[in-house]
Design a binder for this molecule. Sequence first.
Ligand SMILES: [Zn+2]
Length: 405
Amino acid sequence: MEQCVNVERELDKVLHNFSGYGQQCDTALEELLQYIKGLREELTQAGEMELSGTLSLVLSQCCKRIKDTVQKLAVHHKDIHSSVSRVGKAIDKFCCSCFSDSLPTLLSQNLDSDLGSVGIEGCWQAESQRLLSEVMVEHFFRQGVLDVAEELCQEAGLCIDPSQREPFVELNRILEALKLRDLRPALQWAVENREMLMAQNSSLEFKLHSLSFIRLLMGGTANQREALQYAKNFQPFAGNHQKDIQVLMGSLVYLRQGIENSPYVHLLDSNQWSDICDIFTRDACSLLGLSVESPLSVSFSAGCVALPALINIKAVIEQRQCMGVWNQKDELPIEVDLGKRCWYHSVFACPILRQQTTESNPPMKLVCGHIISKDALNKMINGSKLKCPYCPMEQVPADAKQIYF
Ligand SMILES: [Zn+2]
């Protein structure tokens, strides 16, 4: 949100500069016009046709004045350029905070490029268009911008089940409260979902209780009794968090001189507050069966990384006139390294055909344990038998099993 305000602020500056420039232009040009008009009248009245010394002086002065005015206006115009570019930077930052850190690089590198050239024709028609809208709506739900999501639903003619929306509304409400250091909604949620959280080994509820306890410690000796009372909440977590509970209880000894002057000062680290937001988001998403990061953000970031390389390869393909190399179906013409952040599962390349396996050509495990792609398997069938290219055991092709990565 802060980035958004920044963009607006920079935009206001540009508009202000621009209207100031317009006024300055009008005044300066008007003055110049009056001056030249006056000069012309003087010249007509004087009726002099020959270029006397005085006249040439007056005319060269006039030229100088015109030049100066134009120069002054040009300098001012340049100033506006810098404020316009500041708006661009603010937008970059805004995009960065919303989507991906690679977007500004993409924009600056490819602002003039025709991104459409690497698109797939008819990619966003009918059914896929609806899917895209649904993914966008889910993304906005996740971001907590419910009004935008609902507007999109209406405009795209989508019918989103309210039950799909509810969990996001609740998550955002709790997260907003956590950001304001209000632990109550999160604690209530964690208690309600305790069993499921415990089953996935979550330490969310314990962390929330620790923070409440630490907050009491910050109040000094006045809160001693309350803090001791509150410590009872740690009981269910004694098994998994014994060490942490010992540290928290040990800090009570230093209540009189203040935790900030004790070896327990690390308990007051403000990073714990941002950590708790992350822990809550991670655990709540996993409980709801959602990925922590929005699928749209992830795909968008991946696209931003891949596009420059794709634009380059497309240009090369066109230059060398080797069309048809890239049919844009289910495979890219080059390998694009998206970085470890985008690794979600292993990939398998068939050792026989040297191709990555796909849904239609999945990896198959032979009886002997060697794995090859389905296409390779089909190519190697001899009659009703198959000979493993590695061991080489003879077997029945139907005994091979599909492997899932
Ligand atoms: Zn084998």
